[in-house]
Design a protein around this ligand. Structure first.
Ligand code: HEM
Length: 312
């Protein structure tokens, strides 16, 4: 387990691709139906939330000008600054006076989830003060809001000893000019983006490789220039395992096989390990044209005889 950080190319901070509209509607739906589970902003976090929305609107309107425009909106109270989303035909007022829920608007405009962390000067720990996490990977926001990095990572085996200290130090040195990114990988048996508990399957259930989904998170870290808080964004990508090409599957297998035993268990190896290896065997066996083993030979002979005799 390593921090695995690399320098972020700031022109690629927020992403936009063909999943935008379906994910946008899912995000809006979650904000209506599961609000406390997906958004939490503690008192005192308001200035940082506004700073995030301001960064998001200026990034989106300059990086994707065909989709987002900064405008002046005429309201009964007068003209207010706003952003218009041409993809959804929505317009949102922005700025401290006009927008009571800045983190929600940031989460509706973009495909990323947003987390704001502030250093507790007494403990030196960074604490989660506000979060719009529409797509959690197996954890509950309500249980973690307001807590520090150690509690956020409590279920992660070896976190405290291996990463705890270095992550707090790393955040101390983060500056608005040194934004970073890293990726996370999970495997799950459903395509659900909102996953607020570790996966469970019923005993004896057989998981076929075609059910497995590869869930990747692209995470970015930056220091907010005005409020000094740390902003952590997460974009989640979901791909069916069976859609991975040979090289991608090889890379996935070697990443997973490199995990320590306790990390494998934490990530649910007991649920998806065997079907993942089965898929690898199928794909690599065909690719290498390898000899079939004796039980595979028996099955193929049976299939050939069945086909030849029209047996179903
Ligand atoms: C450099 C900073 C960070 C590193 C190196 C890091 C690393 C990790 C690792 C290794 C895991 C285990 C899952 C996996 O192996 O992919 C994890 C899980 C997690 N991380 Fe982080 N993380 C960082 C920052 C953050 C921040 C800022 C948050 C704030 C929201 C956060 C929240 C979580 C949560 C909620 C989990 C899931 C824990 C669970 O299973 O209940 N992480 N992180």
């Amino acid at each position: 387990m390593a921090m695995g950080l690399k320098r972020l190319d700031s022109s690629n901070w927020l992403t936009l691709d063909s999943a935008y509209l379906p994910e946008h509607f899912l995000r809006c739906n979650l904000l209506c139906t599961h609000r406390p589970q997906v958004i939490q902003c503690l008192p005192g976090s308001e200035p940082a939330c506004h700073e995030v929305l301001s960064l998001v609107t200026s990034f989106l309107s300059s990086r994707f000008p065909q989709h987002f425009t900064l405008i002046n909106l005429t309201l009964p109270s007068g003209e207010v600054p706003a952003i218009h989303n041409h993809l959804t035909q929505e317009t949102f007022p922005v700025g401290r006076q006009n927008c009571p829920n800045p983190l929600e608007i940031a989460a509706k405009l973009s495909m990323e989830d947003f987390n704001i962390l502030v250093k507790n000067q007494e403990t030196g720990e960074y604490e989660l003060k506000a979060s719009a996490t529409l797509f959690p990977a197996g954890w509950k926001l309500q249980e973690r809001i307001g807590t520090g990095m150690a509690n956020l990572h409590k279920p992660v085996p070896g976190w405290k000893e291996k990463l705890g200290g270095s992550v707090n130090r790393y955040f101390d040195h983060l500056s608005p000019k040194t934004s970073m990114e890293r990726t996370n990988l999970f495997i799950q048996t459903t395509p659900d983006l909102f996953q607020d508990a570790p996966e469970k399957i019923t005993e004896g259930e057989i998981i076929m490789p075609k059910r497995l989904m590869v869930r990747r998170e692209r995470q970015t870290f930056m220091r907010l220039a005005n409020t000094g808080a740390v902003l952590f964004t997460v974009r989640t990508y979901m791909t069916p395992l069976v859609e991975l090409g040979v090289e991608e599957l090889k890379a996935l297998k070697s990443q997973v096989m490199g995990w320590e035993e306790e990390i494998k268990v934490y990530k649910g190896w007991g649920i998806w390990g065997e079907p993942l290896l089965r898929r690898c065997d199928e794909v690599f066996g065909v690719e290498e044209g390898r000899e079939l083993n004796s039980s595979e030979r028996t099955v193929s002979c049976f299939l050939l005889i069945s086909l030849a005799s029209g047996f179903e």
